[in-house]
Design a protein around this ligand. Structure first.
Ligand code: NAD
Length: 256
């Protein structure tokens, strides 16, 4: 379905980004993986995707906290047809104790990087008359929780950026949308489970259901395959008129 399309996925050497790359490659897209590291195992991830799905896959190192790196990523990729802005980090502290450098880092990686990559990618998409910008926001792009001020400000910003880009590209064969996942079982989240079990003195299933998924009515994690599948849908012809909106994949979190 996506043969001949090139997808750049930021922050894609683990978790949701890698899952999205997997589903796009399964649908036939060539892919560019990215993170700030440059290890043999990063490049091996791309080689593995290429081999399993018969597509072209490359890994390009770029630090999404830096404007110049964000712009260079798209230039080095040679432009792209599908841009998935996924790189993101989290830090938790009360707003009056939130370290300024953490605020700046989260806004840079989770929000500003999407501005820079989109700005560079759009002219090529316009020239081809086809493009997809998929921003991985969060349920926290639509709702708030205490102690996550920078993350929530950035994710609400990503939703706003998506709407603006959609309006500026409407009718040009380009769409821009935000996917808003609830809790997704990524390595990052998996690593928190043992600590939560200890703190709450609960077994794995109970801590997942009663603590981690308290706000997710399904009491089930979303999966990286589901976020990847939603991305593939947004890249399909069925979604040609889906633009400037959010798609929640959150087990009912935002319906509460
Ligand atoms: P993750 O830590 O597995 O993935 C984050 C990715 O971003 C990694 O590939 C990491 O290398 C990359 N990254 C971090 N800093 C970077 C930088 N400076 N430059 C380039 N890449 C960088 O976490 P994840 O859960 O897969 O999160 C991916 C995205 O999904 C994030 O934007 C996150 O906010 C969002 N999200 C996650 C969840 C969840 O429950 N896991 C829920 C909602 C939204």
């Amino acid at each position: 379905m996506l043969a001949g399309k090139l997808a750049v996925i930021t922050g894609s050497n683990s978790g949701i980004g890698l899952g999205v790359a997997e589903e796009l490659a399964r649908a036939g897209a060539d892919v560019v993986l990215n993170s700030f590291t440059d290890r043999p195992e990063d490049h091996a991830l791309a080689a593995d995707l290429a081999k399993r799905h018969g597509v072209t896959a490359r890994y390009i190192q770029a630090d999404m906290s830096k404007a110049a790196d964000c712009r260079a990523l798209i230039a080095k990729a040679g432009g792209c047809d599908i841009l998935v802005n996924n790189a993101g980090v989290q830090f938790v502290a009360p707003v009056d104790e939130f370290p300024t450098e953490k605020w700046d880092q989260i806004i840079a990686i989770n929000l500003s990087s999407a501005f820079h990559t989109t700005a560079v990618a759009l002219p090529g998409m316009r020239a081809k008359g086809w493009g997809r910008v998929v921003n991985i926001a969060s349920a926290h792009g639509l709702t708030a929780s205490p102690f996550k001020s920078a993350y929530i400000a950035a994710k609400h910003g990503v939703v706003g950026l998506s709407k603006t880009v959609a309006l500026e590209t409407a009718g040009q064969g380009i769409t821009c949308n935000a996917i808003c996942p609830g809790y997704v079982l990524t390595p990052l989240v998996e690593a928190q489970i043992p600590d939560q079990m200890k703190v709450h003195n609960m077994d794995r299933d109970t801590v997942i259901r009663e603590v981690m998924l308290l706000r997710q009515p399904s009491r089930q994690f979303a999966t990286v395959e589901q976020i990847g599948g939603t991305t593939v849908y947004l890249c399909s012809a069925a979604a040609d008129q889906v633009t400037g909106t959010t798609i929640s994949v959150d087990g009912g979190w935002t319906a509460l």
